[in-house]
Ligand binder design. Structure first.
Ligand SMILES: C[S+](C)CC[C@H](N)C(=O)O
Ligand SMILES: N[C@@H](CCS)C(=O)O
Ligand SMILES: [Zn+2]
Length: 326
C-alpha cells in the first residue's frame, strides 16, 4: 500500500472519530505502574528484552481505554543502544521489528474481540511506530534542551536514524511517530531521511517545548516547520511530552504556521530531571482537566489528541469519552 492509501486510512479514521482521533498515553509510565524497572539507558525499551508480554498488555489497556492510535514501545529502542548491551545487530533489529509486531498483535486481538460486540464504540486502531529523538538515545535529558553539541551535524543525525527507520518501516506499521524532537536540525534530518528512503508510510513529527513558545533549542516553530511543511511524507506536526498548559497557545501558533494536521499529546505537567532520571512534581494535571483540555484543543483544530509521560489509560479514557460524546 502506497503513501496516499495509508494517509487515506488515517484520514478515514479521523473522520470516523468525528474529526479528532485519540492517541494513547504514557507508555513507559504504564509499564512502570505494572512494576517494570526502566531506570536504564534503554528506558522503556528494556521491556522489549525483559518482558514483551507486558508491552502487549499495556497496548491492550490503551485500546480498552479508547485509543484510536497505539504508539509502539520503540521510543528509546536503538541499534547502538542494544549493541552496547551486548546484543548482536540481528537481535537488535529483531527487537525493533518485535515492537511493531506486539502492537499489531494487540490491535488485531482487541479488534477481533470488540468487533463481535454489537453497538461497541471502538474503531479499528492504527499502529504508529515510535521513533524517539537522538536526545532520547543519549539518555541525558537533551530531548528537552535541544543541545546536541557542536559535532552533531545533519548527516550524523540521518545516520543515527537511518537503519532503525528502515527496520521499523519494514515491520509494516500504519504510521511513523517521531517523538520529542527538540530542534530544527533533527526535524530536517527526519524529513530528508523519509524522502531519501522513499518511505511509503505517513509520519507525524512532534516537538517538545519547555517554554510554551519555541522548540527547546530556542528556534522558533516557524523555522522548525519549514522543511516539514514541504514534505508529502509528513501527515501531521505537533507537540508531545510538553506540559498541558502550553498546548492551547501552541495549537494556535501551529495553526498559523502549517496546513498539516496538528497532533498534541502532552505529559501530565511533571518535569523530567534528566540527571536524577526522575519526574519532579510541578503543576500537574489530572484526568478531569485533560478531559476539559481535550475539548478545547479539538475546537482549536487539533486532529490527533492523546497523552504522554505520566498520563495513563484513565487519562485516555477521559479524553476518549469526551471527544466521542458527540
Ligand atoms: C521522555 S524522557 C522521560 C525519556 C527518558 C530519557 N531519554 C532518559 O533516558 O533519561
Ligand atoms: N511514546 C513514549 C514517549 C516518551 S516521551 C512513551 O509514551 O513512553
Ligand atoms: Zn513523554
Amino acid at each position: 500500500m502506497g503513501l496516499e492509501k495509508k494517509s487515506a486510512l488515517l484520514e478515514d479514521l479521523i473522520k470516523k472519530c468525528g474529526g479528532c482521533a485519540v492517541v494513547d498515553g504514557g507508555f513507559a509510565t504504564q509499564l512502570e505502574i505494572h512494576g517494570a524497572a526502566i531506570n536504564d539507558p534503554l528506558w522503556s525499551a528494556v521491556s522489549l528484552i525483559k518482558n514483551p508480554e507486558l508491552i502487549k498488555r499495556v497496548h491492550m489497556e490503551y485500546l480498552e481505554a479508547g485509543a484510536d492510535i497505539v504508539v509502539t514501545s520503540s521510543y528509546q529502542a536503538t541499534i547502538p543502544g542494544f549493541l552496547s548491551r551486548g546484543l548482536s545487530i540481528e537481535e537488535s533489529e529483531s527487537l525493533l521489528q518485535k515492537s511493531v509486531q506486539l502492537a499489531v498483535e494487540a490491535r488485531d486481538r482487541f479488534w477481533d474481540k470488540v468487533s463481535k460486540v454489537s453497538g461497541h464504540s471502538y474503531n479499528r486502531a492504527l499502529v504508529a511506530a515510535s521513533i524517539g529523538s537522538y536526545g532520547a538515545y543519549l539518555a541525558d535529558g537533551s530531548e528537552y534542551s535541544g543541545n546536541y553539541g557542536e559535532d552533531v551535524s545533519l548527516d550524523k543525525l540521518k545516520d543515527f536514524h537511518r537503519r532503525r527507520l528502515q527496520v521499523l518501516v519494514e515491520a509494516g506499521p500504519d504510521l511513523l511517530a517521531f517523538e520529542t524532537i527538540p530542534n530544527k536540525l533533527e526535524a530536517q534530518a527526519c524529513v530528508e531521511l523519509l524522502e531519501e528512503e522513499k518511505v511509503q508510510i505517513p509520519a507525524w513529527i512532534c516537538f517538545t517545548s519547555v517554554d510554551g513558545e519555541k522548540a527547546p533549542s530556542g528556534e522558533s516553530f516557524e523555522e522548525c516547520l519549514e522543511a516539514l511543511n514541504k514534505s508529502n511524507n509528513i501527515y501531521a506536526v505537533g507537540i508531545n511530552c510538553a506540559p498541558p498548559q502550553f498546548i492551547e497557545n501552541l495549537i494556535r501558533k501551529f495553526a498559523k504556521l502549517t496546513k498539516k494536521a496538528i497532533v498534541v499529546y502532552p505529559n501530565s505537567g511533571e518535569v523530567w530531571d534528566g540527571k536524577a532520571k526522575q519526574w519532579l512534581p510541578s503543576q500537574c494535571f489530572g484526568d478531569d482537566e485533560f478531559e476539559m483540555f481535550a475539548t478545547k484543543w479539538r475546537d482549536l483544530g487539533a486532529k490527533l489528541i492523546g497523552g504522554c509521560c505520566r498520563t495513563t489509560p484513565s487519562t485516555i479514557k477521559a479524553i476518549s469519552k469526551d471527544l466521542k460524546r458527540r
